[in-house]
Design a protein around this ligand. Structure first.
Ligand code: MRU
Length: 351
């Protein structure tokens, strides 16, 4: 198992490798039920990613890496001579589980590259790599937490969107990691969290993490964010990302773009926190990022309760793109870029 460093205000881990299989905290059941699912195959892992048992860009990459370990174990057992070729179908299932978060493809590419040199049983080598991906993510989050916290002047409040915490990563979080660090360092007193319709990552997950880790917070409807900024209650909007293009455009949970526009109008600064595994230098601009569209039912229903007229239809993009020009700071484990653009992104990735 990766070494898990738990600091203050940091008590949650949602992805674990235990007794030779993958254990996930089922995020569909939170906050009322803390249930864990036990996964033994790549297909089960892909289903868990598709159905949001596990979600958040880094967390789905980590889960997929463990999925490859289980696929290789099965393949080697059934076809000891030809196990590598027999893995292809399961790799594809994992690769196609969700389209926007590039951490999924990044983790799978690393795992696949490692397959090449393996002689004999592939499981020990692949498990070691999956655990390294997992632990590196946690370490990167601690580093980004400190780098992001250093940008914040002591202030009353910050606003965040979606869930970018321990549930969305190997642990600690990206944007929520910065918030954890800033709170621990006495830089902020209060967190405002968008409820994040239609899947309610804010209400169901972020508020749960903040309550559990004793960080004072209020939820608000996304529609209230501009008024919050106008009243001077927040100095920064702090969000994560699912994919950052080579020019610095940022794909993140739907609603992020309107926060960035509102932040610029109100003189509130806008911070994106993401490991370099979220940066996709092969995608030139935000226009080239594939945006997942999810079922209309997520908008038309709340839980099992239909709230819209039976004939009503809905548009449900899961992500939007914030132009780089609206980003004041991009925090990665390699360092901070102010006002990202193509040249600064290239220099960061080459460093
Ligand atoms: O649809 P989700 O819940 O997987 O979307 C998650 C987000 O948009 C997060 O902000 C992003 O993955 C960064 S999490 C560290």
């Amino acid at each position: 198992m990766p070494k898990i460093l738990m600091s203050q205000h940091d008590s949650i881990r949602a992805v674990e490798w235990k007794d030779n299989h993958l254990v996930l905290l089922d995020q569909r059941k939170l906050p009322h039920n803390e249930q864990y699912v036990q996964l033994y195959s790549a297909e089960e892992t892909a289903d868990a990613i598709r159905n949001m048992v596990v979600r958040g860009a880094p967390a789905i990459g980590i889960a997929a890496a463990y999925g490859v370990v289980m696929a290789a174990r099965k393949s080697y057992k059934q076809y000891p001579q030809d196990w590598r070729n027999r893995l292809e179908a399961e790799k594809d299932v994992l690769m196609n589980a969700r389209p926007t978060a590039v951490n999924l493809m990044w983790a799978l590419r690393r795992m696949c590259a490692a397959l090449e040199g393996i002689q004999g049983d592939p499981e020990p080598v692949l498990l070691e790599l999956a655990q390294r991906i997992h632990q590196d993510d946690i370490d990167d989050n601690y580093r980004m937490g400190e780098l992001g916290s250093a940008l914040i002047q002591p202030s009353h409040g910050v606003l965040t969107h979606c869930n970018t915490g321990s549930l969305a990563t190997g642990g600690y979080g990206t944007a929520l990691g910065v918030i954890r660090s800033a709170y621990s360092n006495g830089k902020i007193e209060h967190v405002y969290a968008d409820e994040t319709r239609p899947w309610w990552q804010g209400s169901r997950l972020t508020a749960w993490e903040l309550v559990k880790d004793k960080i004072p917070a209020h939820l608000l409807c996304e529609g209230a964010a501009a008024s919050l900024m106008r009243q001077g209650k927040v100095s920064w909007v702090i969000v994560g990302s699912d994919r950052i293009a080579a020019n610095g455009d940022v794909a993140n949970k739907i609603g992020t773009y309107s926060l960035a526009v509102n932040a610029r109008y109100h003189g509130v600064r806008f911070m994106v926190v993401a490991p370099t595994s979220t940066i996709d230098m092969n995608t030139l601009t935000g226009n080239d990022i594939p945006i997942e569209e999810r079922s209309q039912d997520e908008v038309l229903n709340v839980g099992n309760q239909r709230i819209a007229a039976m004939q009503a239809q809905a548009w449900n993009p899961a992500f939007d793109v914030t132009p780089a020009a609206l980003v004041d700071a991009l925090v990665t484990e390699k360092g901070v870029i102010e006002r990202p653009n193509a040249a600064k992104m290239a220099a960061l990735m080459a460093s």
